[in-house]
Design a protein around this ligand. Structure first.
Ligand code: RP5
Length: 168
């Protein structure tokens, strides 16, 4: 398989219990025509498997990695340690701390190993996908155009809603 034939974005999550939220990333990427692969890769339950995926990402043509995890969320950081492909972290609410634990664990990476950290939960998973698509869009004008078209449609919908409201 040539590296260009594989998925452009990887979506990884720490547990099957993260699936519902992380599917939001997949939905957005699919809507923008960005190829992706999604799977469960834990930093502590399956560390070797996760490390192997991270280490092979660049040679497989991956342009961005979205990593969602809850609790003491070290998944995104573990990926960032093993690849120079940009890693985007999604903190998930999985404990009584409601995602604040995961947010701090994901965002507070020491200098040199960045994790682009999104909001907690569903909006974070969605924005992670838009962010990954914007990275892919730097070299794929069709993807960049789809993002621009989506934004235009959102603006038109907001204006139409406002027009209707103001006419009440
Ligand atoms: C993290 O611990 C996972 O990403 C998940 O959000 C959280 C709880 O995992 P489970 O105990 O539900 O498998 O590693």
């Amino acid at each position: 398989m040539s590296s260009e034939a594989g998925p452009k974005v990887l979506i990884v999550m720490g547990s099957p219990s993260d699936t519902a939220v992380m599917r939001e990333s997949k939905k957005v990427l699919e809507s923008l025509g960005v190829s992706c692969r999604m799977g469960v890769y834990s930093a502590h339950r399956t560390p070797e498997r996760s490390a192997a995926l991270a280490a092979s990402a660049r040679e497989n043509g991956v342009r961005a990695i979205i990593a969602g995890a809850g609790a003491a969320a070290h998944l995104a950081g573990a990926f960032a340690a093993r690849t120079t492909v940009p890693v985007i972290g999604v903190p998930l609410a999985a404990t009584p701390l409601a995602g604040l634990d995961a947010l701090l664990a994901t965002v507070q990476m020491p200098g040199g190993f960045p994790v682009g950290t999104m909001a907690i939960g569903k909006p974070g998973a969605q924005n992670a996908a838009y962010y990954a698509a914007q990275i892919v869009g730097l070299e794929d004008p069709e993807v960049a155009e789809r993002i621009a078209a989506w934004r235009k449609a959102k603006a038109a919908a907001a204006e139409a809603a406002s027009d209707a409201m103001e006419a009440e």
